[in-house]
Design a protein around this ligand. Sequence first.
Ligand SMILES: NC(=O)c1ccc[n+]([C@@H]2O[C@H](COP(=O)([O-])OP(=O)(O)OC[C@H]3O[C@@H](n4cnc5c(N)ncnc54)[C@H](O)[C@@H]3O)[C@@H](O)[C@H]2O)c1
Ligand SMILES: CCCCCCO
Ligand SMILES: [Fe+2]
Length: 380
Amino acid sequence: MTVMNFSIPRTIIYGEGSLAKLADLKGKKAALVTGGSSMKRFGFLDQAIAILKQGGIDSIVIDGVEPNPSVETVWRGAKAMQDFEPDWIVAIGGGSALDAAKVMWCFYEHPNLTFEDIIPVGAMPPLRSKARFVAIPSTSGTASEITAFSVITDTKNHIKYPIVAADMVPDIAILDPALPMVMPPNVTANTGMDVMCHAVEAVASIAATSFTDPYAVEAIKLVLENLEKAYTTPTDKTARFNMHNASALAGMAFTNASLGLVHSMAHKIGGEFGVTHGLANAIMLPYVIDFNRQFTDKYAYAERLLGIDDLAQAIRNLNKKLAIPSTFKDCDEVDFDEAKFKTVLNRMSENAFADPCTLTNPGTPSVTDVKALYTAAYYG
Ligand SMILES: NC(=O)c1ccc[n+]([C@@H]2O[C@H](COP(=O)([O-])OP(=O)(O)OC[C@H]3O[C@@H](n4cnc5c(N)ncnc54)[C@H](O)[C@@H]3O)[C@@H](O)[C@H]2O)c1
Ligand SMILES: CCCCCCO
Ligand SMILES: [Fe+2]
């Protein structure tokens, strides 16, 4: 029997009003990292600055983190941290902001590293010699507030790299449902289906254990019961609270069990076309479940526990209620030009095959299998 590890943040603070707990941080200086538009617009960024000040902590803001954050953005933030020398890093926003902040933190603590140095799984050197990390998610969600992962895009080769390092698990996660409550319906839908995908892929993962399955199955249950409500009634506090917790629960599962082929493929089609991560996951998830059934009975395990007949069909039904298209061809979020799709298909399939998430897929696909799955998800 091999030695296993199960790690999650030391402290997870959740529920209405939990943002105020920032006042309990002990320290002198904090660097706040955010995308900036929604957190500024809805006042959460100013609230965080004021609460930190109450606790005696001065802060700077590193904003402008873009969706699918780039290496350039990470270096810009790391430089600002090297100049300010914070003892806390407070990331507030969506997964893009939280992910960018994690790698900024790494380059703040290790300024001589290159991005290529940290691409190999587990290659990042230890963190926390200069700062500790608080993550405050505004989407429900990528669960970057829980995970040992960060996804950064190399704009030179259009590849999204999942960076994997245990030290990147935040010290504190603050799950205040007031933040995701202001998400517009399309962001609610896309990020909510990312939660579903995290949970389903974690259950089917070859690294799934009795430590991870309970979190993953509970997350699937909460998404099935709450996502449509959060989408149709954005101010429903119970639905937002349950979705925000579902995101973190799924995160506790997949930060330890990792994911599978859907995420590998979502990373690479995201790098090529810029499609939103959760939307790409939502479109592809049913196709990959149908493909993976030949390798695993874990979908049937989850169906029995949840009392549902066909998980892939339940996901197709939920996608429809969330106005998520069943194919990339019908997806109007980005221009999925057919000629470009055909041109990049081979490269995208090879890159997805090489993505770390493929390692824990319940079965090993061939590059031809990946191409066939992209094609099925493109045309239907
Ligand atoms: N680290 C991990 O474990 C992990 C897991 C899954 C995905 N990811 C990565 O996370 C990124 C996606 O993050 P995301 O899905 O949270 O989206 P995001 O951070 O890219 O944000 C999407 C959009 O929603 C807006 N937004 C965010 N919160 C909002 C709110 N409360 N109200 C209104 N608008 C809001 C943002 O400004 C942005 O325009 C991708 O790069 C993906 O690869 C990381
Ligand atoms: C190896 C796990 C990487 C997780 C990335 C989530 O998009
Ligand atoms: Fe994801």
